[in-house]
Design a protein around this ligand. Structure first.
Ligand code: PEP
Ligand code: MG
Length: 540
């Protein structure tokens, strides 16, 4: 048995097979080919592989979710046989002598533009399908593919590092744990592992060759250890530990349906954080009372181009409808820093965490912001939606946002599109916003404290740099005082104050936050029961 030590990001025991993650090549290669016949055959081979994948996915989906939901795979397979689509790809390969990947991406762009401009909403939606089949073809041509057979489930994903968008691409149903060489305790990848409720370890030395594809391994997320080729006795012991975890979790289900209230009657709202519409099942399963942070930028990270207003509207509407009347706080685009997507064309920055990110980017590129606001204001007609703005540092930013909201509302009204103006709040995640929280509180309906960035900016500790993890003290008095001041100033102005950063999930801090007067905590779904238990056992 080989043993590797790293740092724990999230606890839990996982027993499965190692899968080494190979980076998807998101840059589409563009070059000229001499032999167009040969290149076209390469394309046809990729096409038939794509159809085989879709047939397999359809079979699996029929078993798991029924034939209605599986129909999409049949539609995709049919689209791959569409004569117009195939002719245009063949044309680019034969007449312009471009490689298949580039030909697919060119034709994808023009078909997407064509479908998007159609009036019929059914046809408009086909644009997303064209992108999907094109991505599948390009991945196959690039040699990136996930086998969908049984062997490929129960995986322990091992990688140098995962970017937030790569983490999102992984099929969560097949993954039991994450192990990486790089990454820091507060990175978004770590946050995602916590959100998925699976053990995760960072800082493992991957240079030694013991960690290879297909080997049986045990991940102990509590101690940050990975054991490769475990013997039978050890395996049995760890299986027992894993079973105990399940039993403990089942005991916590006692708190399902119970109020989040202290012994002496202080009630708080206990919400959950999500990054994806699929996470809502987890929110409901763990009995969160609402969604306190929907990181909407993850919708953008999962795509190769800007999500349209219709696409966003469908997601937000789905979220509020699924939560049926419970609060859903959607944070506007917080792109930038570690959350990057090529299609934004952002410049390289020396200090991206302090750069053109979040609300700054939205105010500089109001058309992107407006598309999102239109979708949010339309979706808010269908449920209890609130909007939250990230990275606020000044009152002027709020004034600019208010002007854009006003303009957007007028446009929707003129076009006779149903909308409403939802409750709006801001994230308090910069020291500047803490220091002027008395003034900001008069402008908005709520504060949600983002302790991840607030700690980063207050303590001058880059959350992406694993080398300074040891200097990070989540309980630093400076951060605690900032939280306290924000709550005090929020309450003075009569607004509610919550925490949606990772500290909200830390049971060791729950009593302190309650004493400060916190009104809401938004935590990873798996933390809902432990926090509710702690609140119910607390006497202030
Ligand atoms: C935070 O900064 O605490 C937060 C919740 O936002 P994010 O982690 O997405 O930056
Ligand atoms: Mg933040």
């Amino acid at each position: 048995m080989l043993i590797y030590q790293g740092k724990s990001v999230y606890g839990g025991i996982a027993i499965g097979k190692i899968k080494i993650w190979k980076k998807a090549n998101s840059i589409i290669k563009c070059y000229h080919v001499k032999d167009a016949d040969k290149e076209f055959s390469r394309f046809l081979e990729a096409k038939s592989k794509a159809i085989n994948q879709l047939t397999e996915l359809r079979k699996q989906a029929i078993e798991k979710v029924g034939s209605e939901s599986a129909a999409i795979f049949e539609i995709h397979a049919m689209m791959l046989e569409d004569a117009d689509f195939l002719d245009s790809i063949e044309n680019v390969i034969r007449n312009q002598h471009y490689n298949s990947e580039y030909a697919v991406s060119l034709c994808c762009e023009s078909f997407v533009a064509m479908f998007s401009s159609m009036d019929d909403s059914y046809m408009k939606e086909r644009a997303a399908d064209v992108k999907d089949i094109s991505e599948r073809l390009i991945n196959i041509l690039n040699g990136v593919s996930f086998k969908s057979d049984e062997e490929e489930s129960n995986l322990i994903m091992v990688a140098e590092d995962f970017s937030p968008s790569e983490t999102l691409q992984l099929d969560k149903n097949k993954i039991l744990a994450f192990v990486t060489a790089k990454g820091s305790l507060n990175s978004h990848t770590a946050i995602l592992a916590r959100m998925m409720n699976i053990p995760a370890i960072i800082g493992v030395d991957l240079c030694s060759n013991g960690l290879s594809d297909g080997k049986l391994a045990v991940v102990d997320g509590y101690s940050g250890t990975i054991y490769v080729d475990p013997d039978e006795g050890f395996l049995k012991k760890m299986q027992q530990k894993a079973d105990e975890d399940v039993a403990k979790h089942n005991l916590l289900k006692f708190y399902k349906g119970k109020e989040t209230i202290t012994i002496d009657g202080k009630k708080i709202n206990l919400y959950a954080n999500i990054g994806n519409i699929k996470d809502i099942a987890n929110v409901i399963d763990n009995d969160a009372e609402g969604i306190g942070l929907f990181r909407s930028e993850f919708i953008f990270l999962e795509k190769n181009t800007f999500p349209s207003e219709e696409e966003q509207f469908a997601i937000y509407k789905n979220a509020v409808e699924t939560m049926s009347g419970k609060k859903v706080i959607i944070r506007t685009l917080d792109i930038g820093a570690d959350k990057k997507v090529d299609y934004f064309g952002l410049k390289h920055e020396e200090n991206p965490a302090m750069g053109l990110r979040a609300i700054r980017l939205c105010l500089k590129q109001p058309h992107i912001f407006k598309t999102q606001l239109r979708a949010l204001m339309r979706a808010s007609v269908y449920g209890n939606l609130s909007i939250m703005y990230p990275m606020i540092t000044s009152v002027d930013e709020i004034k600019q946002i208010k002007d854009i909201i006003k303009e957007t509302a007028e446009e929707l009204k003129t076009s006779n599109i149903p909308y409403s103006i939802p409750e709006q709040g801001i994230m308090i995640e910069t020291p500047a916003s803490v220091m002027i929280s008395d003034i900001l509180a008069k402008e908005v309906s709520f504060f949600s404290i983002g302790t991840n960035d607030l700690s980063q900016y207050t303590l001058a500790i880059d959350r992406q740099n694993e080398d300074v993890d040891d200097f990070f003290n989540p309980y630093h008095e400076a951060v605690m005082r900032m939280i306290e001041l924000t709550i005090k100033n929020g309450h003075k102005a009569g607004i509610w104050v919550g925490i949606c950063g990772e500290l909200a999930s830390d049971v060791a801090l729950t009593k302190r936050f309650l004493q400060m007067g916190i009104d809401e905590l938004s935590v990873s779904p798996a933390a809902v029961f432990p926090i509710r238990k702690t609140v119910r056992e607390t006497k202030l």
